[in-house]
Design a protein around this ligand. Structure first.
Ligand code: TMP
Length: 204
């Protein structure tokens, strides 16, 4: 593989995406691939400060302000971490990316989806993931996994998370080539089988 790959992991809080990302990282490293694991928001440096505000600030945050903070983190992340890694030929595994803004700020908070798509395009400078996993799970199960201590986003309530879930399913319907929906209620091993199958199709 001369150019790298960009693979993103998406889904509602508590869907198990980070566990699956780490399993794929382990598998790829064991097979001598050059892997970079990263996340949005808050990969490092300035991003970590933005993440702290986004998840922990306890004053009022308007929906538009929230959107721009996620997008600001994304622009910094793409420019300083993701693009250089892909150009070096690395496989970038990213915990959340553009689809989170469409699902959470678009479908969840009600910001216009076309506007979000345009802003996402500016934030990424046109870079698109080669493959995206959406780990789909019912809200009751995902919230029970999150537990009682919820951050600012996790406290948004079940109605919000139902809209987020449906948003992700709509994104997958719109872009079936890129976005693969995985049933995240299955066991960790079974879910990983599906992840690996999709990765192997991409890497062929
Ligand atoms: P996580 O890193 O633990 O998944 O938490 C990040 C939180 O931020 C999660 O609740 C989803 C939310 N989020 C958005 O609302 N919009 C975005 O664009 C991103 C990247 C995350």
């Amino acid at each position: 593989m001369s150019k790298g790959l960009f693979i993103t992991f998406e889904g509602a809080d508590g869907c198990g995406k980070t566990t699956q990302l780490n399993l794929l990282r382990e598998y790829l490293q064991n097979n001598n691939f050059d892997v970079l694991v990263t996340r949005e928001p808050g990969a490092k440096g300035l991003g970590e400060k933005l993440r702290d505000i986004l998840l922990n600030y306890d004053g009022e945050v308007s929906n538009r302000c929230e959107s721009f903070l996620f997008l600001a983190d994304r622009a910094q992340h793409i420019d300083t971490i993701v693009k250089p890694a892909i150009e070096k030929g690395q496989i970038v595994l990213c915990d959340r990316h553009t689809d989170s803004t469409v699902a959470y700020q678009g479908y969840g908070r009600g910001i216009d989806i076309d506007q979000i798509n345009k802003l996402n395009n500016i934030a990424t400078d046109g870079l698109k993931p080669d493959l995206t996993f959406v780990f789909d799970i019912d809200i009751e199960t995902s919230m029970s996994r999150v537990g009682a201590e919820k951050d600012r986003m996790e406290s948004a309530g079940n109605e919000f998370f139902n809209r987020v879930r449906n948003g992700y399913l709509q994104i997958a319907k719109n872009e079936p080539q890129r976005v693969k929906v995985i049933d995240a209620t299955k066991s960790i091993d079974k879910v990983f089988e599906s992840v690996l199958k999709e990765f192997n199709i991409l890497a062929q």
